[in-house]
Design a protein around this ligand. Structure first.
Ligand code: ZN
Ligand code: ZN
Length: 810
């Protein structure tokens, strides 16, 4: 066994740390170990075993957690690539890749010190324990010392429960240095288990209750979780009686996450594919069979049946004994989708969504690692699922911004998916109705094969889009309208015909701005340079960036004037307006205020699908890829606000949102229509979306990107310097700005420092630099040099955010 191992610990430092391996311990590369790190015990991943003696004395490992690698060679390589590409600390990358935090617990432990031993000795010779003069506190202290003297250490929880010592006493003893406190991370003893009732025999006389249980077991293949039996309408004792009679046995099995109680059987796929779908499928299957890396961009209009192609391709991968991963945007994984997936893949699918608890996430990880689930469907982090023999990686709605992680490591799951497929000699398929500029550009440059699905299934026509110029509406009616006359009339017609309507307003709350007419101040968040939004239902002012809430002001907090005005319209107010206009209509609302979890989301959509709602109002949530056939009209009353933002992706985002929401109309037999209200009727993003012309938009936007040296013509990074002290944020960004100026960095343009568009966010003042370069290598070299310079200037690493390929420059 080598003498030393290098361990990547999840701390914001760009280094692995060397530990010495005690006799008898056998760490493995890619496996987890527990190590001492700055008075704490932390877990980390072994990245190397070696015999090179470090210059300073290495500490010993505490213990080895994994005897086999948790991250195989391929995932270790992928992790190193992410750390390098996104300039992220390797330990933090590995922590993100390995969702096993639930297997550790953090706890506090205490041990007795030399001083403590002396104090204990003094107390027992002085007879304090029996003395009446001793206070309760003294007695408690002696109990603790006595207890700790008999063992190496003890957890705070067991000290407090077995000795009934208050926390304050322990804290006092730490101050007197009688005992020492340690932060300990330890492994949890066992994974969660469930009790399973197993039917052994059904012979002998049974009463009605016993028969019910036996029948239930028999109907479920002889095995059912006892938890489920408890829901039957029989006394709890019945099961016990059956166990006593040896008819049923109770066994414990590792808990497994199940999407539904019923285990779906694998059924043959019954997708009727049209010729374009078949051609796309054939290309994917041939590529998979070649066992070489290749990429494809599947560009299919909304409603063209991309999902059927994905599922059929994945199914054939599974049948060949290999593995596939499908990534979907955050909102896409509803329980109904999960049930469909079970229908197609049976128990061989693992579904990873954001609502899983840490324990469930860890269980799914182990199922995949053991090879029990070879098809994985999930949101962003599913790109790290430990499948063996990966053959196919699919990224649905590849342009979706939820693939970008907005905390360290700031990776983009689509780009990581491409790299992982490359390392695995697998095939990657990116799918979208509105591909990102970068991906479409790559396809045009033949980096990806372009697979086009030009028609909707059953040749249903795309909806007709009518643009309403809201400036003209204002001139003609004499006042600001939320709903134009034309949209009102079209809604009425649909409601009269019992058809359904969706209205998009991409802003939640009641009024987005509260303004004082006397002094002109608007009500800003205490922590952010952002106007607070009035929420009428919950009677609060809310900051949509940090969640800070305040009372609704009756007078201006600045000048005391009573002339406080609530301006603008959010989805909550829009719903109220529509109620007023169409009192007979049943109206639902879908936004982050009405949807707490994915069940709520699904409930609202189901209600619409079942015809229980006539009209659904909502934010961009209503635009995401669901398929409701009764919707024949989509009204867009506010989706172009983003066009006013100082972000080079604003046009692209607006085009994508408009195309997505327009795609919700007319998915059934009746032709759909879209009424698009805008203050920017001439903007190309609006015009091309109205004509369903992706290519036209792409070419126009590409020219703009080329002039401005934005991606895909350059690589870009956003460097944000933040501090809760304004002078510190300014000083640090000034220091870095001077360094950038002084340093020769050919081939990289540095813009800034400038105040970030949102200059204060979550109490931090923010300054930023935007770096652009045609060469990714030069960009990353400069960023790396900047980070080491920042270290020499004592700027904490956590206060500089380096966002490579940033999608959000606010
Ligand atoms: Zn005022
Ligand atoms: Zn805020």
């Amino acid at each position: 066994m080598p003498e030393f191992c290098d361990v990547a610990v999840a701390v914001p430092l760009d280094a692995a740390f060397t530990y010495s391996i005690p006799e008898g311990m056998h760490p493995v590369v890619g496996g987890r170990v527990l190590v001492p790190f700055r008075q704490q015990r932390m877990s980390g991943i072994v990245v190397e075993l070696h015999n090179r003696k470090p210059p300073v004395q290495a500490k010993n490992l505490y213990s080895v957690v994994d005897f086999e690698p948790a991250l195989n060679d391929q995932l270790l390589r992928l992790g190193r690539w992410i750390a390098d590409y996104y300039l992220a600390p390797l330990g933090e990358v590995f922590r993100t890749m390995l969702p096993l935090g639930a297997e550790f617990k953090r706890s506090i432990s205490y041990r007795i010190t030399e001083t403590g031993h002396t104090a204990l000795h003094a107390a027992s010779t002085a007879g304090y324990t029996r003395s009446r003069r001793s206070s309760d506190e003294q007695l408690a202290e002696i109990r603790v010392l006595d207890y700790l003297a008999q063992r190496d250490d003890a957890f705070e929880s067991s000290l407090r429960s077995s000795l009934k010592v208050p926390k304050a006493v322990l804290a006092g003893m730490v101050r007197k240095k009688w005992i020492a406190r340690e932060d300990v991370s330890g492994q949890r003893d066992a994974s969660r288990t469930v009790k399973i009732a197993v039917l052994k025999s059904a012979e002998g006389k049974l009463n009605a209750n016993q028969q019910t249980i036996v029948n239930t077991l028999a109907a479920s293949g002889g095995k059912v979780a006892t938890e489920f039996l408890n829901e039957l309408d029989v006394p709890r004792s019945t099961l016990g009686t059956l166990v006593k009679r040896s008819l049923v046995e109770i066994v414990e099995e590792p808990a497994e996450f199940k999407v539904s109680g019923a285990r779906a059987r694998r059924s043959p796929l019954e997708f009727e594919l049209n010729s374009a779908q078949k051609a796309a499928l054939a290309h994917i299957q041939e590529s998979v069979a070649s066992r070489k890396f290749s990429g494809a961009l599947m560009h299919g209009v909304t409603g063209s049946g991309k999902t059927a192609v994905y599922l059929t391709a994945m199914r054939s991968v599974l049948d060949a004994g290999r593995s596939a991963i499908l990534l979907v945007p955050e909102i896409g994984l509803t329980p109904a989708v999960a049930a469909d997936l079970h229908q197609v893949f049976g128990d061989e699918v693992a579904i990873l969504h954001s609502a899983l608890s840490n324990e469930e996430r860890a269980e799914q990880w182990h199922r995949i690692k053991r090879g029990e689930a070879r098809v994985v469907v999930g949101t962003r982090s599913a790109v790290f699922a430990p499948v063996a023999d990966l053959a196919l990686m699919i990224v649905d709605e590849e342009q979706d911004s939820s693939y970008k992680q907005e905390e360290t490591p700031r990776y983009h799951a689509r780009d990581v998916a491409v790299m992982r497929a490359k390392m695995a000699n697998a095939v990657v398929v990116l799918g979208s109705a509105t591909p990102s500029l970068e991906s479409y550009y790559n396809a045009k440059k033949n980096k990806y094969k372009l697979l086009e699905l030009r028609d909707r299934v059953e040749r249903r026509p795309l909806p007709e889009v009518e643009i309403i110029d809201m400036r003209q509406e204002f001139q003609e009616t004499g006042h600001e309208q939320v709903i134009s006359r034309k949209l009102a009339q079209e809604i009425k017609e649909r409601l009269d015909r019992n058809e359904q309507v969706m209205v998009l307003l991409n802003r939640r709350g009641y009024s987005p701005v509260v303004l004082c007419r006397s002094c002109g101040k608007s009500l800003e968040c205490r922590n952010c340079a952002i106007a607070m939004t009035h929420h009428k239902g919950s009677r609060r002012m809310v900051c949509h960036y940090c969640g800070y809430m305040a009372a609704v002001p009756e007078a201006c907090p600045e000048c005391g004037s009573e002339y406080v005005y609530f301006l603008g319209t959010g989805s909550e107010k829009l719903e109220e307006l529509l109620h007023g206009m169409f009192p007979q209509a049943r109206i639902g609302r879908l936004d982050r205020d009405t949807v707490r979890g994915r069940e709520d989301f699904e409930r609202a959509l189901n209600a619409l699908d079942q015809g229980e709602l006539d009209l659904l109002v909502g934010t961009q949530m209503i635009a995401k890829g669901h398929d409701i056939h009764g919707v024949t009209l989509v009204g867009v009353v506010g989706a172009d606000m983003a066009l006013g933002l100082p972000d080079f992706r604003a046009a692209e985002r607006t085009f994508q949102l408009l195309t997505q929401v327009a795609g919700r109309a007319g998915r059934g037999p009746v032709q759909g229509k879209v009424i698009l209200q805008t203050y920017f009727p001439d903007h190309y993003a609006v015009q091309y979306a109205a004509q369903h012309d992706f290519l036209g938009f792409y070419e126009k936007e590409l020219r703009f990107r080329s002039w401005m040296h934005y991606p895909p013509y350059s690589t870009l990074a956003n460097v944000l310097v933040r501090s809760d002290k304004l002078d510190e944020a300014m000083r640090w960004s000034g220091t870095l700005g001077k360094w950038f100026e002084k340093t020769r960095h050919e081939g990289v343009r540095v813009l800034g420092p400038a105040a970030a568009p949102i200059v204060r966010l979550k109490r931090d003042y923010r300054y930023h630099f935007v770096l652009k370069s045609a060469s990714r290598e030069k960009l990353n070299t400069l960023l790396r040099a900047m980070l080491s310079y920042a270290t020499t200037q004592k700027i904490p690493r956590t206060q500089i955010i380096v966002d490579v390929d940033a999608v959000w420059l606010m």
